[in-house]
Design a protein around this ligand. Structure first.
Ligand code: ADP
Ligand code: F6P
Length: 321
């Protein structure tokens, strides 16, 4: 039987743990007798043939590294039919029988298009935002939250020393998962997420009530999907008289060595993705449901909805001061 060749690429925003997924894909495929091609800078590499063969040693010493050794990019051309056709031709020329795509929702839409064009693809959820509906967990989420937690802990020191209110904006695109979990972990006084309607009056009431009970410094966690941390800090200062400062954590949340959770989950997903391609199965996205590895048809996976954990949000409110 002819040796199978698979490609692997990372696409969209990088996330800590992507390298662990690449490593798992490469090692699993080689153990199964396949050849592996690393495709550089997301779908760009497939369009312009920027690729390199990977062996077991190519992925040594990367499991602990943030970022992605394959580089990543957003590739507008791939959103066009011509772009997808160019990618298909590259795969045909290089003898690539299937591609593992590590990225977010957008990258999976591309993977579905390429699968439909005849190149079976498997999507692995890699994004710090945890905003992919068909999986309970996305690679990078835990590391990003831990980074944010460390930063907020530092901000608390200075907020406490000055009796200030620290308004901290975290990433998450349109989702509030990083804000919710980091807010709980840091004992935030108030958490503002896109999924729960924000009521400024309620927040001010809570701050004033906490102050009347002796609380002197405040941490407000705001998801970037709500945004405008600067204005919020100004409003809080104007209304309550509490000196306030805004901090936007930004891309620091995307870097750093992945946590145990991210490395293990990435390894499990990488392994499963290759198992599917080995069985000739494509157009699937892999993920976790109740800690088990699962996979779905990409379109079905993209159409799913993930309810925000309002109970957890409610708990956070109850124990906030
Ligand atoms: P993420 O994968 O993190 O959601 P993007 O939405 O930026 O990030 O998508 C990453 C890349 O996936 C895009 O630059 C493009 O190459 C590809 N992509 C996104 N949306 C589509 C689409 N609708 N059709 C085909 N390819 C897409
Ligand atoms: O999807 C990951 C993410 O970091 C989001 O949290 C954020 O909105 C976005 O990417 C930032 O993208 P860029 O790297 O293009 O600034």
């Amino acid at each position: 039987m002819q040796q199978k060749t698979i490609g692997v690429l990372t696409s969209g925003g990088d996330a800590p743990g992507m390298n662990a997924a690449v490593r798992a894909v490469v090692r699993t495929a080689i153990k199964k007798g396949m050849k592996v091609i690393g495709i550089k800078r997301g779908y760009n590499g497939l369009i312009n043939g920027d690729m390199v063969e990977l062996n077991v040693r190519s992925v040594s010493d990367i499991i602990q590294r943030g970022g992605t050794i394959l580089y990543t990019a957003r590739c507008l051309e791939f959103k066009t039919q011509e772009g997808v056709m160019k990618a298909k031709q590259t795969c045909e020329k290089a003898g690539i029988d299937g591609v593992v795509v590590i990225g977010g929702d957008g990258s999976f839409r591309g993977a579905a298009d390429l699968s439909a064009a005849g190149v079976p693809c498997i999507g692995i959820p890699g994004t710090i935002d945890n905003d992919i509906s068909c999986t309970d967990y996305t690679i990078g989420f835990d590391t990003a939250m831990n980074t944010a937690m460390e930063m907020v802990d530092k901000l608390r020191d200075t907020a406490q020393s000055h009796d200030r209110c620290s308004v901290v904006e975290v990433m998450g695109r349109r989702a509030g998962y990083i804000a919710l979990h980091t807010g709980i972990a840091c004992g935030a006084s108030y958490i503002i997420v896109p999924e729960i309607k924000f009521d400024m009056n309620d927040m001010i009431r809570q701050i004033n009530m906490a102050r009347s009970l002796g609380k002197q410094h405040f941490i407000i966690l705001v998801a970037e999907g709500i945004g405008n941390a600067d204005q919020l800090a100004r409003d809080i200062e104007n209304i309550t008289g509490i000196e306030s400062r805004a901090t936007i954590l930004g891309h620091v949340q995307r870097g750093g060595s992945p946590t145990v959770r991210d490395r293990v989950k990435a390894s499990q997903l990488g392994y499963h993705a290759v198992e599917l391609l080995e069985r000739g199965i494509g157009n699937r996205v892999v993920g976790f449901k109740h800690s088990e590895v699962v996979d779905y048809d990409i379109a079905e996976g993209l159409a799913m909805t993930k309810p925000f954990n309002e109970k957890l949000y409610g708990m956070a409110c109850e124990i906030s001061f």
